[in-house]
Design a protein around this ligand. Structure first.
Ligand SMILES: [Zn+2]
Length: 343
């Protein structure tokens, strides 16, 4: 079997599944909570497609106590790259915030996304971008497991002998994010309120759909307020407290630039292009995602919340990515067939 990931042990009852490559759309981290006693175990998020989810299941099997199975999946938010793999554990209880239900209904479902990515003309800019970004995934026949247990506020769980503290967040990355705090392990799973990179490990620019960025900063501060020392981001390398502080610095920079450019009357797309051109974070890939994050911030500045038209927004993202990678070339044009294995 092709290996899609690495499994890393944090404590003897907590393991992190990190996809390879570790950057690119949809390459999200997952957790396995495997108590040393009892017949229970839990996932924190699930991989994006069936092949990766089955691989996570197989890699984790030797780490489970005798007779245990994955009977819960805690979902940090409703994006498919954290939820759709739950179909491989159909008996498991899926747990999320109440707002996540609404988010799932807003996103394209797996069949729609599969048909779009694999059916679109790759000689268009959007087709080039979607194939390159999502062509590695196979969602044919995927059924979305809708969360059967939802909550608001906070929820205390026990997975065997492991206490699990779930904290629902105000709108940040999506309208339904949560933090998973594991006090015994000194660890927080942040979901996509953190997209991490470090000096020696690459990462992606965040993409925030709900916002505002002040909400994302508050979510990071809430994660730090647990007192934990280890932070598993939705994407990218595991961070310490200083790493989360550094990420807050990134978010504050983007927020400050967006506000200044908005005040100056610069349209959102042009503002994103200017911030990208500043290249303040050259170690982070997918700079074109600033188009989404800055458009989100502008919506809030203009008094509107809600979610964007995803296809229209991703079309703009694709256009900016094309221009960054093919400076001076006209668009649309026949793009070379991209490799699905590229990040
Ligand atoms: Zn994600």
């Amino acid at each position: 079997m092709t290996s899609h990931a690495r499994l890393r042990t944090i404590t003897d009852d907590l393991h992190i599944w990190s996809p390879q490559p570790s950057t690119g759309w949809g390459m999200a981290n997952c957790g396995l909570l495997s108590p040393r006693r009892g017949r229970t175990a839990a996932w924190i998020d699930s991989p994006y497609d069936r092949a990766r989810a089955l691989e996570f299941l197989e890699l984790g099997r030797p780490l489970l106590a005798e007779g245990a199975r994955i009977d819960r999946v805690i979902v940090t938010h409703g994006n498919g790259d954290h939820l759709w793999g739950a179909e491989v554990v159909p008996e498991a209880e899926v747990i999320a915030t109440r707002e996540t239900l609404g988010h799932i209904d807003h996103e394209p479902d797996p069949e729609q996304l599969h048909a779009l990515v694999h059916g679109i003309d790759p000689d268009t800019v959007l087709g080039w971008y979607l194939r390159r970004s999502f062509g590695r995934f196979d969602w044919s026949g995927t059924e979305v497991r809708r969360p059967g247990t939802v909550f608001t506020g906070e929820l205390e769980l026990q997975v065997g002998d492991i206490p699990v503290h779930l904290i629902a967040l105000p709108p940040a990355h999506t309208a339904g994010d949560l933090l998973v705090h594991l006090p015994q392990q000194g660890t927080v799973f942040t979901g996509d309120v953190v997209f991490a990179h470090t000096a020696d490990q690459p990462g992606d620019h965040p993409v925030h759909w709900a916002g505002p960025l002040a909400g994302v900063v508050s979510a990071c501060e809430r994660a730090l307020a647990t007192g934990a020392s280890t932070f598993v981001p939705g994407h990218g390398p595991i961070l310490d407290r200083e790493g989360v502080q550094g990420h807050i610095g990134y978010l504050e920079y983007v927020r400050e630039r967006a506000h200044r450019l908005h005040t100056a009357g610069v349209p959102a797309l042009e503002a994103a292009c200017r911030v990208i051109a500043e290249r303040r974070h050259p170690g982070m890939s997918l700079p074109e995602r600033l188009v989404v994050t800055i458009a989100t911030e502008y919506r809030h500045l203009e008094g509107g919340g809600g979610l964007p038209d995803m296809l229209a927004t991703v079309s703009q993202v694709a256009q900016v990515a094309w221009e960054l990678e093919h400076p001076g070339l006209p668009t649309p044009r026949a793009a070379e067939q991209p490799s699905a294995d590229r990040p």
